[in-house]
Design a protein around this ligand. Structure first.
Ligand SMILES: [Zn+2]
Length: 277
């Protein structure tokens, strides 16, 4: 049956307001298990790159993999703090292939896949400098985060929605996006720096919606220091977790009638307080 049944507008409006309140609660705290029927999303958090191919190098000579691992672990903690289930992919940095990443997420029955990366610049944009006695290479031209989705993913719509939500929440918390990747990748959402990157293996081989997140440009000397700061990492993880929870939980009907009825049905205590009762 429909969650609010055959009611007057007053009752329907009250019901939706109540449902909206619940959605906010779900974002802010662990979803209560109402008779075991509340859907708890499971999020796969993928640590981009491997020990043998550690990705980009920072302005101070640190590997992208090490940045990815720190932020991914913070994100797992932030998601769990909201009551979501998590799966950490490539925890040891030795995953066999790009395809193995979404496969690990599918094997764990993940509902959403997010791959954590840090951005770099093209070789020709790099300049030399010395840090800790060694020659390193940097570019201070670009800084900021960006997001990527694939139209070859089976759920592009949900992928874009989650990426936009992540971008919006990040900006709300003061993080600034980069449009450096707009030079090569078309926009799914300009304002939130969400790009299409259809051939990204980790997204196109995923069986669930997915987003690749570039947290910032580690070749940028000042941004590298921000990206290495554990407190800032925690704030960024908090933004991402809030957005992922909102994208997966809010604005979406409960996936089963029992859960919908538990929140919006006539048996709930709040219904007894409606004016016409
Ligand atoms: Zn990367």
């Amino acid at each position: 049956m429909p969650p609010f049944g055959d009611r007057t507008m007053v009752r329907e409006t009250a019901g939706y307001m109540f449902a909206g309140g619940i959605a906010l609660l779900l974002c802010a705290a662990a979803p209560a298990q109402a008779g075991g029927t509340v859907w708890t999303p499971r999020v796969a958090v993928d640590i981009g790159h491997t020990e043998s191919a550690p990705g980009a190098m920072s302005a101070r000579g640190r590997s992208e993999l090490s940045f990815n691992r720190e932020l991914a672990l913070q994100l797992v903690g932030a998601l769990q703090a909201r009551g979501l289930q998590t799966v950490l992919v490539n925890a040891d940095g030795r995953i066999a292939s790009l395809q193995a990443r979404p496969q690990a997420a599918a094997a764990a029955a993940a509902d959403f896949f997010v791959s954590i990366h840090h951005d770099s610049v093209s070789e020709h944009e790099l300049l030399p400098w010395r840090w800790a006695g060694n020659e390193q290479f940097y570019s201070d031209r670009w800084a900021g985060h960006s997001l990527f989705v694939s139209r070859e993913n089976p759920d592009t719509a949900r992928s874009v929605l989650c990426a936009r939500t992540m971008g919006a929440r990040l900006q709300r918390m003061g993080f600034e996006p980069t449009h450096k990747n707009g030079r090569r990748r078309p926009y799914a959402d300009y304002q939130h720096a969400v790009h299409y990157f259809d051939r990204l293996a980790v997204l196109r081989h995923a069986s669930m919606p997915g987003v690749l997140f570039e947290a910032g440009v580690i070749r940028h000397r000042a941004e590298e220091l921000l990206l290495a700061d554990p407190l800032r990492q925690a704030r960024m993880a908090d933004a991402l977790a809030t957005a992922i929870a909102a994208c997966l939980l809010a604005g979406q009907p409960a996936r089963d009638e029992a859960a919908a009825d538990a929140y919006g049905g006539p048996e709930t205590a709040s219904d007894a307080r409606l004016p016409e009762d």
